[in-house]
Each structure stands twice: as C-alpha cells, then as structure tokens.
Design a protein around this ligand. Structure first.
Ligand code: NAD
Length: 287
C-alpha cells in the first residue's frame, strides 16, 4: 500500500514559508509585485488566473491584473509586456497561456525580460537550467521535486524515468532530476517497450496527457510515482468535476511505495512554485 503524497499539505507549507519571507522583505522596505496578463476570457484560464491572484493575496505579494479583450493584437500585447519589463516596481510578468491563435506564443514568451520570467518558459531560463546556472525554473516540474524531497525520498543515484518530453513539463523535469543527481531516462511517444523502460524507475514521473494510461504493469514494486496529468472525465450528479490523472491510481496504489493523487497531488504545487519564483525574483534581479 502506497504512501499518499499530499500536494495540498506540502503546497500550504511552502506558501506559509513564503508568506514569512515576504513579511521579512516588507519589513525591510521591499514589496514584491506580480503582473498577470490574460488575453480573452477562456473559462479555464480565468480560473487559473483567479487562483494565482488569491495565492498572491495570501502570501502578501501585490498583483496587477491585466484582462485584455480577445481581439488584442500581438503588437498591443508586446507593448504592454515591454512597459512592464521597464517598470522597476514589477518583479514578475506572467502571460496566461494559451493566448488567442492570432498571437505568436513563442514571440510573447521571448518578449518577457528573463529576469522577470516567473513562469520559467523563456529560452534564457530553460538554458540556465540546462547548464546549472541561477534562473527561474518552470513551476510544475519544480513542484514535483519539492513533493519528492519533502516526502523524504532521495533522488541522488536513483533511476528516474520521466514519461513525456514537453517543453513545460517533461524536458525541465528531466533536467531538474539530473540536477538532483538522479540517473534520468526520458521516455516519449516513440519509446520502444515503454513498459520495460518505466519499470526500471525508482522514481517515475508521468506527464503523458493520457487518462489512466499508466497501470501497475508499468511500475516497479516500491517505486515513487508522481502523476502530473490532469483530466476531466465527467461530472457528479451535483455537477462537480470528476478528475483523474495519467496514472491508474487504484491499480498502481498497491505496488508503489508512494503516489500522488489527482486531484490534490501535483496540481496545488504549480501555484506554490510560481509564488516561490516571485519571491526568488528579488535575489535573481540583484544579479
Ligand atoms: P503534452 O501533450 O505537451 O506532452 C505529452 C508528452 O507525452 C509528449 O512529449 C509525448 O511524446 C508523450 N506521449 C504521448 N503519448 C505517449 C505514449 N503513448 N507513450 C509515451 N509517451 C507519450 O503534455 P504536457 O503539457 O506535458 O502535459 C502532460 C499532462 O500534464 C497533461 O495531462 C496536462 O494536463 C498535465 N499538466 C498538469 C499540470 C499541473 O499543474 N498539474 C501542468 C502542466 C500539465
């Protein structure tokens, strides 16, 4: 029977630590400010943006909200980012993705000053992570590392398998596990014999985007299993969303040493780590 890694408890611990740090900064005259830009009114994005604003309020970070209409042009968005880049009172800039189709997402990410790139998506941030330099780390993979470490599992010397190679999860995840001295394998849609590869893992991180794909057959007895996936698979009679991950939780539960549930595992960590990046921005901007 697996230990359940509780992302709600761990993310709350992190938020409380950050709240204390923000108070210290405030007492010394430093206020931290995050600018959040949303273009259009995609309902899921609105929920994420709302959650980010609430987390800022809780921790004591000032947040500036820019809610731009769907028809905002790429040029208008770039102009706003450039203004925020130049403002000394703004520490972090976040553009909620996805942006509408007529706007080039890569161009937008590259416009953000890397010193304010609290999402960690700018090529400078990704490059810094790869060569072990200071910089912002993509929030979801950074949250996974915290979940593993704070649950008492060592990464150094362990066989780590990441399933998925996306730019926002799989790739930075593998670089972070490597930074922690894990022996890292990245598996993906073209991997031959995925089950055999996954079964090597002492630490298995799944970010494959396929509901309940990873069953017990993919898992070594006693592995730590981290499920990054999140899928809405229906609603209850009372209208609540029914969610699941990329891992078949019930099937894997008996075999793993530890497992993250969905919801309540990796999900809450993403915002906690965004808040951490905002707090870390003060030091990063001193460079
Ligand atoms: P993605 O679709 O960009 O990438 C999926 C990756 O899985 C690809 O690299 C692909 O090569 C690999 N893959 C696909 N099918 C495969 C197969 N059959 N066998 C092996 N590999 C396969 O997805 P993503 O953005 O990395 O997200 C992955 C999951 O994590 C999604 O469910 C997403 O909703 C979730 N997610 C959660 C959070 C969070 O905060 N909890 C954040 C980001 C993403």
């Amino acid at each position: 029977m697996a230990q359940i890694i509780d992302g709600k408890v761990i993310s709350n611990q992190i938020k409380d630590e950050l709240k204390a740090k923000v108070k210290e900064y405030k007492d010394n005259g430093t206020e931290i400010c995050l600018a959040v830009i949303q273009v259009g009114n995609d309902p899921a994005s609105s929920v994420y943006v709302g959650n980010k604003k609430r987390a800022c309020e809780y921790i004591g970070i000032k947040s500036l909200a820019y809610e731009l209409p769907e028809e905002t042009t790429e040029e208008e968005l770039i102009n706003l980012i450039e203004q925020l880049n130049n403002r000394t009172d703004v520490n972090g800039i976040l553009v909620q993705l996805p942006v509408p189709k007529h706007i080039d997402e890569d161009k937008i990410i590259k416009t953000i000053n890397p010193l304010k790139d609290v999402d960690g998506f700018h090529p400078h941030s990704v490059g810094a992570l790869s060569i072990g330099q200071k910089g912002f780390v993509s929030c979801t993979p950074a949250g996974v590392i915290e979940l593993i470490k704070r649950s008492g599992y060592d990464i150094a010397g362990k066989e780590c398998v990441v399933i998925g190679r996306s730019n926002i999860v799989g790739k930075p995840m593998s670089m972070l596990l490597l930074r922690e001295n894990g022996t890292v394998t990245i598996a993906h849609s073209k991997t031959a014999d995925l089950k055999a590869v996954a079964k090597r893992a002492d630490i298995l991180v799944v970010a494959v985007g396929k509901p309940k794909m990873i069953t017990a057959e993919y898992v070594k007895e006693g592995a730590v299993v981290i499920d990054v996936g999140i899928h809405r698979i229906g609603t209850t009679d009372s209208g609540k969303n029914i969610l699941c991950g990329d891992v078949d939780y019930d099937d894997v539960f008996e075999k793993a040493a530890a497992i993250t549930p969905v919801p309540g595992g990796v999900g809450p960590m993403t915002i906690a780590m965004l808040m951490k990046n905002c707090v870390d921005s003060v030091e990063i901007q001193k460079q």
